[in-house]
Design a protein around this ligand. Structure first.
Ligand SMILES: *[C@@H]1O[C@H](CO)[C@@H](O)[C@H](O)[C@H]1NC(C)=O
Ligand SMILES: *[C@@H]1O[C@H](CO)[C@@H](O)[C@H](O)[C@H]1NC(C)=O
Ligand SMILES: *[C@@H]1O[C@H](CO)[C@@H](O)[C@H](O)[C@H]1NC(C)=O
Ligand SMILES: *[C@@H]1O[C@H](CO)[C@@H](O)[C@H](O)[C@H]1NC(C)=O
Ligand SMILES: *[C@@H]1O[C@H](CO)[C@@H](O)[C@H](O)[C@H]1NC(C)=O
Length: 413
């Protein structure tokens, strides 16, 4: 019925399809190559912080410090511009679980308070160009180990007696700020005390063939969080963790031109955009994703406190099984969190999405004048699923006719 079609809406939905070249990382990304080593280190049983840091500082441009074999114990490390760290297949780099080593000055690292900014990361890359982390070895954040001088782990930290709150002061595993052309390749990350990988204002970021393997019970252990970053590719990864597998955010700058291609997510809170999206998230492609056993599947969350424009998002060739909430688009995330910003979700397309087990699908817009605008092509969901839609304009076709019992695997095999 032609009269029901809202023309400006149709035009906006077509944008990402017609200009699909823009809804992705604008770089032509190819498989990374591990840089040549400037030095090869073998583990001792000592504190290795100074040895590794010294090697990184004197390594030289386009070369890598290679951890050859054994278990290396270290406190926080900084990777300089142009330099990489390579953890070989026989090596594990373990973060000392000592809050004093990561404390940013207020002696709050290792406690919960109102701010959650009391610890620096285990590995920091700041103002760098062309740095990276490579190798088939393991970086272990030891989030489940007992903290030095305490009787609990990072994951179970106590509330600060003076400055109470529920923000956890625990080190992120890898923090990348104000950088360009950063690569993570093949590495396995596990047991981060907090987020595994977070970027801020970083343009040109490739995450290729990595594994994240952390228990589903570990709090705030997001997998990969590109924040205020552009030209990002996350490809051939296998991510199981305790919070968002991937979360795209925009707290201090826009996040755009992001490709999430051929990945597998095990446990976790799913493929997320938001909730902090003040500066906008756009031109995002998620393609070739299998999710098995996450709590959410494809999720965009925001509210009037953290809102902004999310547009030009395309999900294609997605298979979901054993997921409670396979698709959640929520403009009123955390019902009591309100402010005066305006979340907008427009030009969101779902193409060839198969959901093999029943679940709850939620499309919750802000109001009649700020509805969710999404389009579906070839979307198949399981009979018996629940479909909740308020203030949402969903066009296209979908049906509860999904068949098949297993999704296969789209990760780093
Ligand atoms: C990427 O490759 C295409 C096709 O070869 C080319 O047209 C385009 O200019 C390349 N883009 C960049 C940024 O190198
Ligand atoms: C993204 O990549 C394209 C192609 O290489 C480049 O022209 C553009 O400047 C990059 N954007 C940013 C913000 O670095
Ligand atoms: C840790 O120690 C404190 C006091 O030193 C005690 O109150 C608390 O019960 C202990 N917690 C655990 C998990 O043993
Ligand atoms: C990195 O950026 C985040 C977000 O802007 C900020 O909170 C953090 O302090 C920065 N870290 C470093 C080491 O600059
Ligand atoms: C993906 O990673 C998990 C551990 O996180 C592992 O058990 C599983 O075998 C991996 N899948 C493949 C196909 O490598």
């Amino acid at each position: 019925m032609q009269s029901q079609i809202h023309l400006p809406y149709v035009a906006s939905v077509l944008l990402c399809i017609l200009h699909v070249g823009h809804c992705r990382d604008l770089r032509n990304v190819t498989e990374p190559k591990t840089p040549e080593s400037c030095i090869r280190l073998t583990a001792t049983t000592e504190d290795e912080t100074k040895t590794i840091q010294k090697a990184l500082d004197s390594c030289g441009n386009s070369k890598a410090v290679e951890l050859l074999s054994g278990t290396f114990y270290s406190g926080p490390l900084t990777i300089p511009s142009g330099v990489s760290l390579s953890v070989g297949s026989g090596a594990t780099l373990k973060a000392f679980p000592d809050p004093a080593l990561y404390d940013t000055g207020a002696h709050t690292c290792g406690t919960q308070d109102t701010y959650g900014v009391g610890c620096k990361a285990f590995i920091t890359i700041h103002g760098a160009s062309g740095s990276g982390i490579y190798g088939k070895g393991i970086i272990d954040g030891q989030g489940g180990e007992t903290m030095t001088g305490r009787n609990v782990s990072w994951w179970k930290m106590p509330v600060n007696s003076i400055n109470k709150g529920n923000a956890r002061n625990a080190p992120r595993l890898i923090q990348i700020n104000d950088s360009v052309d950063i690569t993570l390749y093949q590495i396995t990350l596990k047991n981060s005390p907090m987020y595994h990988i977070a970027t801020s204002k970083t343009n040109g970021f490739t995450v290729w063939g990595i594994t994240i393997n952390t228990p589903s019970s570990a709090p705030n252990t997001d997998g990969v969080d590109p924040m205020g970053s552009q030209n990002v590719t996350i490809i051939h990864c296998n991510i199981s963790t305790g919070d968002d597998n991937v979360a795209i955010k925009a707290i201090t700058a826009p996040s755009r031109h992001i490709s999430v291609l051929n990945n597998h997510f095990g446990s976790g809170h799913g493929m997320s955009i938001g909730s902090e999206i003040t500066y906008g998230g756009s031109d995002i492609t998620v393609s070739g994703l299998t999710l098995h056993g996450t709590t959410n599947g494809l999720r965009i969350k925001s509210n009037t406190f953290r809102g902004g424009l999310v547009t030009g998002v395309s999900y294609t060739n997605i298979c979901i099984s054993n997921v409670v909430n396979p698709i959640v688009l929520d403009m009123r995330y955390g019902r009591n969190v309100v402010g005066n910003l305006t979340p907008e979700f427009r030009d969101i397309t779902f193409t060839n999405v198969n959901v093999l087990t029943d679940g709850t699908f939620t499309f919750d817009g802000l109001s009649d004048s700020k509805p969710i605008e999404a389009k579906m092509n070839d979307v198949h969901i399981k009979k018996g699923s629940k479909w909740i839609s308020e203030y949402a304009k969903i066009s296209g076709t979908w049906a509860d006719d999904a068949t098949g019992t297993a999704c296969g695997y789209a990760g780093n095999e």
